[in-house]
Design a protein around this ligand. Structure first.
Ligand code: T3D
Length: 262
């Protein structure tokens, strides 16, 4: 991982915690933070010790999206397509293709790409005081980081368009009620609950959980027939895993399973 304190990284109990750490800028993304976060997710892909990821932010915000101080128009017109291709899209692909659970703890405001990264994680919990803002409309941009794909799927076109066109903040309770995130937790309990959830997932049958994630994501573009075939293939694969053998043995022996993530 690049030597950067813009993302704090720690591995404990199979959980790789990645904490966005530019609190004075509400954890907005500059290139250094992008590279550090990408390195964290690349490690999660490669390192068998990592069996779940917990993504959160330091300070009072989760992330305010792109660092706009890097976008001063007086210094020229940036090619935003290039930055999306180079930074945001690879990050989204790393999160979605990681066959391990990604828990997101939204500790405060999540705006622009910050909101859509949170929505792209597998299980997102938010502090009661958090809010989500599709801030793009305020500066003449288009929702990115998978926002135009995820929002209509999660909440339908009417709500997706209203959020994206007005940039109105959405409170955490409403986000959970609409199905954008999994749940809301009192601010002072958020990290304990998110850590407990990530730790529980990290102790689970990683192979089966990863295949489950793949199947659910594939459903967005598959027909029912394609999905049924996929379930057959993935079940075959899961059925060959050591964790499946352990799960069934533990059930038959009336004991708790000890999954090893294999
Ligand atoms: O450019 C590309 O590569 C394309 C990709 C784009 C992806 C995107 O994410 S575009 C959207 C960019 N984000 C925004 O437009 C959000 C801008 N921020 C805000 O609207 C507000 O800060 C918030 C609603 C998020 C929070 O408001 P509030 O009142 O709680 O905090 P604040 O006072 O506005 O911000 C606190 C500090 O963070 C402040 O710095 P200061 O004055 O104390 O030194 C503020 O300037 C800084 N900050 C907040 N957001 C950003 C930021 N600095 C740089 N970039 C930011 N995005």
């Amino acid at each position: 991982m690049p030597d950067s304190d813009t993302v704090l990284s720690a591995l404990a109990d199979g959980v790789l915690s990645l904490t966005l750490n530019r609190p004075d800028k509400l954890n907005s993304f500059n290139e250094e933070m992008h590279l550090a976060l990408r390195a964290g997710f690349e490690r999660a892909h490669k390192d068998a010790e990592v069996r779940a990821v917990l993504l959160t932010g330091a300070g009072r915000g989760f992330s305010a999206g792109q660092d706009l101080s890097d976008r001063d128009p007086r210094k020229g017109t940036p090619d935003l397509g290039h930055t999306i291709e180079t930074f945001y899209n690879p990050l989204l692909r790393l999160i979605r293709s990681l066959e391990k659970p990604v828990v997101c703890a939204v500790n405060g405001v999540a705006a622009g790409a910050g909101a859509n990264i949170a929505f792209a994680c597998d299980i997102t919990l938010a502090a009661r005081s958090a809010r989500f803002i599709q801030a793009f409309a305020k500066i003449g941009l288009v929702p990115d980081s998978g926002g135009t794909w995820n929002l209509p799927r999660l909440i339908g076109e009417a709500r997706a368009k209203a959020l994206a066109l007005t940039a109105e903040p959405l409170d955490a309770e409403t986000a959970a009620g609409w199905g954008l995130i999994w749940g809301v937790v009192d601010d002072d309990k958020l990290m304990d609950e998110a850590t407990a959830l990530a730790t529980r997932l990290a102790a689970g049958p990683t192979k089966g959980l990863g295949l489950t994630k793949r199947a659910i994501q594939a459903a967005a573009t598959n027909s029912l027939d394609q999905q049924l075939d996929l379930e057959r293939d993935l079940q075959r694969e899961a059925g060959r895993s050591a964790d499946y053998a352990e799960g069934v043995s533990a059930f038959l022996e009336k004991r708790k399973p000890e999954f090893r993530g294999k």
